[in-house]
Design a protein around this ligand. Structure first.
Ligand code: NDP
Length: 333
């Protein structure tokens, strides 16, 4: 089995030399009462938060217990789709397609029943609960409200913008290239979009795009973008803090929004995790499946090939190389 691991704890922006490809022997004969399962990995999700697991963790991060540290040399677990090749668990059979926590490798040995795995229905499992739950549950939108989304061409951001448009909001997104801006405006139905790298003054840019102020800011990046958004928020505005990717690579890039603005404008700033949003999963599933079927919602995917591509796929997230949901295809079937 060939798999990717980190050589040491990652410091700052991730680079190719932080990773290595290793090979381990994998026996396909399992003790039938072990509860272990071996799966062949097909598609693996590539997510920015993994960087926080690769760094030395702060005491508060450890205390929260979410996203435990990755140990150098060991498997990197990640969500994905896989096919069972051997099973010591009566609930899963050889050739079952499954979804759950697998690894950055060709195969995953999932030990002793302590895995999160379920059978996968290719017709009924769209991605996007973070965007759906974050937008509808945390932002509590009203029709006609003005919504700003950062990292808007990314996996979460593009869906937030599309859901917001389908719901009846006015939506502006920012992204890091002119191709991404064109995608948002021309294909995904955003009312407007801009390249934040070409804006020397983000506060002024947001004032230009939102002359009547922002009601909802869906934050994927943190730092200066959050500071600029708060200045431009309307009274009783809501900020959903989904992620702070600027801070993942540089801890000094921590947002310091004007808190007097927050008080006087009664702005609500709330962090959330996709895992909190399971109560809206049935709504998410039916709405998303319908919209995908009727073509009102576009799935934007960005897929790299082969186990060797894990490091570059991951590093690319922090350099804006991806458009839409980043995945690695390890095998067809
Ligand atoms: P994306 O597909 O959005 O990929 C990351 C994108 O972020 C890049 O393509 C890049 O686009 C942009 N970016 C990278 N570095 C910076 C930077 N320093 N400043 C501004 N933009 C940057 O990733 P995801 O959709 O998977 O994740 C988006 C955010 O949501 C992340 O912060 C992630 O951690 C968070 N998240 C949170 C979850 C939760 O449960 N709360 C679940 C999933 C994701 P560009 O070209 O526009 O710069």
């Amino acid at each position: 089995n060939r798999y990717i691991t980190i050589k040491t704890q990652v410091d700052g922006e991730p680079k190719e030399s932080d990773f290595e490809l290793k090979t381990s022997a994998l026996s396909l004969s399992l003790d039938p009462s072990s509860n272990d399962i071996i799966v062949k990995n097909l598609y693996v999700s590539i997510d920015p938060y993994q960087l926080n697991r690769m760094k030395s963790q702060s005491s508060s991060q450890k205390a929260i217990g979410f996203a435990a540290a990755i140990t150098p040399g060991e498997d990197i677990d990640a969500y994905g789709v896989a096919k069972v090749v051997a099973s010591g668990n009566p609930e899963f059979e050889k050739d079952d397609l499954v979804v759950g926590l697998i690894t950055w490798g060709e195969y995953s040995l999932l030990k002793g029943g302590k895995y999160m795995l379920r059978k996968f229905d290719p017709m009924g499992f769209p991605l996007g609960l973070t965007a759906y739950g974050g937008f509808f549950e945390v932002c509590k939108p009203k029709k006609g409200e003005k919504v700003f989304v950062s990292a808007a061409s990314g996996s979460v951001g593009n869906l937030v913008g599309q859901y917001a448009k389908l719901f009846g909001c006015y939506v502006v997104g920012c992204a890091g290239s002119k191709e991404k801006v064109a995608l948002l405006k021309e294909k995904l139905g955003f009312d407007d979009a801009f390249n934040y790298k070409e804006e020397p003054d983000l506060k002024a840019a947001l004032q230009r795009y939102f002359p009547d102020g922002i009601d909802i800011y869906f934050d994927n990046v943190g730092f200066e973008m959050l500071e600029a958004a708060v200045v431009n928020m309307n009274t009783f505005g809501r900020v959903a803090v989904c992620g702070v990717i600027s801070e993942y690579i540089d801890a000094t890039k921590r947002a310091a929004p004007n808190m007097l603005d927050v008080v006087y404008k009664r702005i609500k700033i709330q962090g959330f995790l996709a895992a909190d949003q399971m109560n809206v999963f049935p709504d998410f599933l039916s709405t998303t499946t319908d919209h995908l079927r009727t073509g009102k919602l576009h799935a934007v995917e960005d897929i790299s090939d082969g186990v060797e591509s894990f490091p570059s796929a991951f590093i690319g997230l922090f350099r804006g190389h991806n458009t839409g949901k980043k995945m690695v295809k390890v095998a067809d079937e």
